[in-house]
Ligand binder design. Sequence first.
Ligand code: TXA
Ligand code: MG
Length: 316
Amino acid sequence: MLNPAKQHISTLTVAQAAELLRAGRVCAFPTETVYGLGGDATNPDAVLSIYQTKGRPRFNPLILHCADLAMAETLAEFSPLALRLATLWPGSLTIVLPAKLNNSLADVATAGLNTVGLRVPDHPLALELLKRVGRPLAAPSANPSGKLSPTTAEQVWNGFRGKVPVLDGGPCRAGLESTIIRVDGERLIQLRAGALAREEIQRALGVTVEIVAKGSAIAAPGMLASHYAPDAQIRLNSSPRVGEAYLAFGHAPTFEGPMRNLSADGDLREAARNLFSMLHELDAAGAGVIAVAPIPQTGLGEAINDRLQRAAAPRS
Ligand code: TXA
Ligand code: MG
């Protein structure tokens, strides 16, 4: 079924969510990229509950969400270049920096690394929540480990089978995870393509952003080859065959089976916003294979193709 009836989900107010988080419990909250599964990053029990709820390997550190730059500066050493990058906050940008000694973070939140990944999300509910909690929130995407990231409260609810309370902020505006940039001396290295296009960062700051070398020791530990996977198999750069589902982009031929178009106008921003939701929908339609049309590798196409390649990779 392509349009399952909206299921009843139980949602939180921002005050209730803040109260749960301050008490060391976890809950899901919206950001402009995807929904996060949040917990107090200074409370080891809360952080452990995040790993446990997601079934996430402990070697994979969490992004620490901050209310503002001042909160972020209590956690990491900001060089002048890092401060320039931080002018793009609030936004879909995670900055990896050397951790400040004696910060308030639980060790499990950083998976024992001496760096931290920080982000100030650009979403009014997320920012209000962070202000009310008054502490950094560790938050991976709110999906069971290895599955597609959720861009609606319903997807969070269904993904965890109703076991995780959700602050509902409607569909996420960007729909793809944040771009991760590591500041390495005077170099900026993109560890994960994401909702803020590399070109856009380069243009805004007038600096070059390198792409991390394959197999590099500094690669984000969570960047496993198979990730973001729907249940169906994915076949890239192709047209659909009978019995399959089709994820189109731009002008598309008519197709009898389950079909979605990421953007009939060929708009990459619209395609990024639709990517995970449409994969969720086509997956729910029950086809064994989703054929995906070619997507240009420019701008946000870099992140879209990255997620599609991971979704298509052999599963371990
Ligand atoms: O948009 C997003 O980034 C979402 C929302 C909720 O903010 N979060 C998200 O988190 O995508 P997650 O856990 O699914 O992905 C976090 C990535 C992982 O690949 C992890 O390895 C990397 O960030 N990461 C976190 N801290 C790091 C660090 N210190 N060094 C390198 N990579 C780091
Ligand atoms: Mg994730």
